[in-house]
Design a protein around this ligand. Structure first.
Ligand code: NI
Length: 139
């Protein structure tokens, strides 16, 4: 980790009061920790904007295993992208519903396409791509 530098930030009292309320609500121990978090969050968003940037994410899908051929279709897509999909966790939520969480790593453009493909599969109830970082570019 590089050396820490202190710097001053000017802002209106109203904005700072709102910020302090927000970080208290979210549970940050202090402003510095909250600001570091916001900056990293923004840097990760930037990573996802470059199609060739290597990124990491998770894809969460909820579906009923009783929908005809849906489980097979989802598995086929995952096999097609075995180079990007690192791991799959399947949880039987109840008698009918399944939750799958896939860890995915690859170029941002490819990962978005794979996620779109999985999340648009006919029959799934809900799905979401969570975008994070390999951590390599984050201090
Ligand atoms: Ni299941």
């Amino acid at each position: 980790m590089s050396k820490a530098i202190r710097f001053g930030v000017s802002m209106s009292t109203d904005l700072l009061v709102d910020f302090d309320h927000l970080i208290a609500h979210l549970g940050f121990p202090n402003r510095s920790e909250a600001i570091r978090h916001l900056i990293r969050e923004r840097l990760v968003q930037e990573e996802w904007k470059s199609p060739n940037q290597e990124i990491v994410g998770t894809i969460t899908i909820v579906f009923s295993h009783e929908v005809r051929e849906l489980t097979e279709r989802l598995t086929e897509i995952q096999h097609e992208y075995h180079n990007q999909i690192l791991s799959a966790m399947h949880i039987h939520l109840d008698k009918h519903n399944c939750l799958e969480v896939l860890a995915i790593r690859g170029k941002a453009g490819d990962v978005k396409k794979i996620a779109d493909r999985l999340l648009s599969t006919k029959g799934i109830k809900h799905g979401k791509l969570t975008t994070t970082s390999t951590g390599e570019k984050l201090a």
